[in-house]
Design a protein around this ligand. Sequence first.
Ligand code: DHB
Length: 305
Amino acid sequence: MESVTFLGKQLKNPLVLASGILGNNAGILERVHRAGCGLVTMKSIGPGPRDGHNNPTVIDLGFGMINAVGLPTPGYDHMDTEWQALSGRTFPLNASIYGGSLEEFVQVARFVSEQGPEFIEINISCPNSDRHGMLFGVDEKAAFAVTNAVKRVIAVPLIAKLTPAAPDIGKIARACEDAGADAICAINTAGPGMIIDIEAQMPVLAFKKGGLSGPMIKPVAVRCVYDIYRAVSIPIIGLGGVTTGEDAVEMFMAGATLVGMGSAVRYRGIEVFDQVNRELADWLTDHHVTRDEIIGAAHDRRHTP
Ligand code: DHB
């Protein structure tokens, strides 16, 4: 795929690595970029240090995954080695952050902004903690407050990552836009869900409940991106179950400007970025259209029988 300009930054293509998939090691993130990823997102960084949940934390269900990793983080100010290695990077970086309160979000955001990522993504949508994240993403006033507070202390564009658990995700997106968000990223994991080991008669995940990702949530993600596109005028990073070029086309048609992948890396390896770039380019060529022309194409169209 061709390069795109996103919030004033040049990306080599419109594909994004979702947060939390491959950690925060500079060498690994660079490999993902070399494998064809236009924008690389870090695992959410919090006030920390925090261990995360006990194992098992991630289960592959075949039709998608369920996870409750539990926001493990060394803490934003215990990452000297990572920040040092990332300072010499040759790829665009999206730094995801979380906090348990407005003050924590601001504290982490201020520090992370000074490390010079291209973008900061506020994770107001994690289902895997009783205290962190998601509460901000299901309430318009809270979403506005945290977006506004973070926006004031950072020097780079702000992306708000939303949860499909919000009763009206369009309204949350609008609140974030009103508060100064430069883009929306949707969706975080769906659910939460639960799987039970019927022989042991207990939930499989140590945290019992977990966020759902992969192909099973794609229709939810497409609906959310569609709703957000109607509610805001800032760009959308669409993700949730995208695994193929045709899935990416669907996300663009719902209204996404960029398309992210997470679980797809598990299913197809990091080569998935080059593969989806190629599949996408082939689909566009075969249909004689450009990416620009299909963004939002599913809106206000009447199906002719
Ligand atoms: C985790 C899961 C999420 O969906 C998220 O947004 C952040 C963290 C986790 O369990 O670590």
